[in-house]
Design a binder for this molecule. Structure first.
Ligand code: B1M
Length: 211
């Protein structure tokens, strides 16, 4: 088994204590940070999701896998972020109301930061009003980025955009949306300016929204 596969297994089975060392060993053996993230950790989380869906594991196991992934991402962070010069813009990001998933949102924030943006991360379960307050408090922010991982919290993305419109701030920010259940069609339907499928394309999208 390759080191990257060992990382994947450790994340899948929530082996929080060993993941960081395995990631360091994989890097030392020449695996790239992107490879460890995509082939190791993200694939492992997909397997965890599948096992949960099939009632083979339950929330505690899912939580342990999430903790293991976070431990690995911590080691990878300096390898994934490029050191930028002057920020090219500012992004306000958060996971929408009712949704506690933050691993994907954190990766998106990291990649956007790596692309040269200042990132203001409002965290998880962010009510629409808090996004509105953040736009008001940060007139230099050009982009609002909304993450949603549950089909049940998709309406919260729509409600957030509606709240931004109602506050008269819609022309102040471009809005991008993403997360596993989000599609381009949904993004268009709720009046977002862009949709990205993964963290790398989210960074590209953020740059393109500046123009
Ligand atoms: Co949850 N969960 N979870 N969970 N969880 C899913 C999402 C689920 C698909 C599992 C399943 O059933 N197969 C399912 C949702 C089903 C649905 O809505 N259709 C689910 C469920 C049901 C639940 C609970 C309701 C379970 C329960 O309590 N009965 C509950 C809800 C809690 C809540 O939010 N209110 C719950 C709880 C949890 C934990 C807390 C235990 C934990 C989260 C811990 C954490 O995040 N700190 C957890 C986890 C770990 C998962 C899975 C297994 C993994 C999620 C993850 O981190 N993936 C997930 C199954 C799956 O995704 N296959 C599942 C890795 C991550 C890198 O990918 O987040 O997709 P992802 O992010 C990607 C892209 O989506 C994209 O880029 C990222 C990087 O490439 N992206 C963006 C994300 N945001 C973006 C924003 C953008 C652009 C791109 O622009 C702004």
């Amino acid at each position: 088994m390759s080191k990257v596969q060992e990382v994947a297994k450790a994340v899948e089975f929530g082996k929080v204590k060993v993941v960081a060392d395995l990631v360091k060993e994989a890097l030392a053996e020449g695996a790239t940070a992107q490879e460890i993230l995509n082939e190791g950790m993200i694939k492992a989380m997909a397997a965890v999701g599948e096992a949960f869906k099939n009632d083979e594991i339950f929330v505690p196991e899912m939580l342990m896998a999430a903790r293991a992934m976070k431990a690995g991402v911590e080691v990878l962070t300096p390898h994934l972020k490029e050191v930028g010069a002057e920020p090219i813009g500012k992004v306000i990001i958060g996971t929408v109301a009712g949704d506690l998933h933050d691993i994907g949102k954190n990766l998106v924030a990291m990649m956007i930061e790596g692309a040269g943006f200042d990132v203001l991360d409002l965290g998880v379960d962010v009510p629409a009003e808090k996004f509105v307050e953040a736009i008001n408090a940060n007139p230099d922010a050009q982009i609002l980025a909304l993450s949603s991982l549950l089909t049940t919290t998709l309406p919260a993305s729509k409600a957030t955009i509606e709240a931004v419109v109602a506050a008269g701030l819609r022309d102040k920010v471009k809005i991008m949306v993403g997360g596993a259940p989000v599609t381009q069609e949904f993004a268009d339907e709720i009046g977002a300016d862009g949709y990205a499928e993964d963290a790398a394309s989210a960074a590209e999208l953020a740059k393109s929204l500046l123009n």
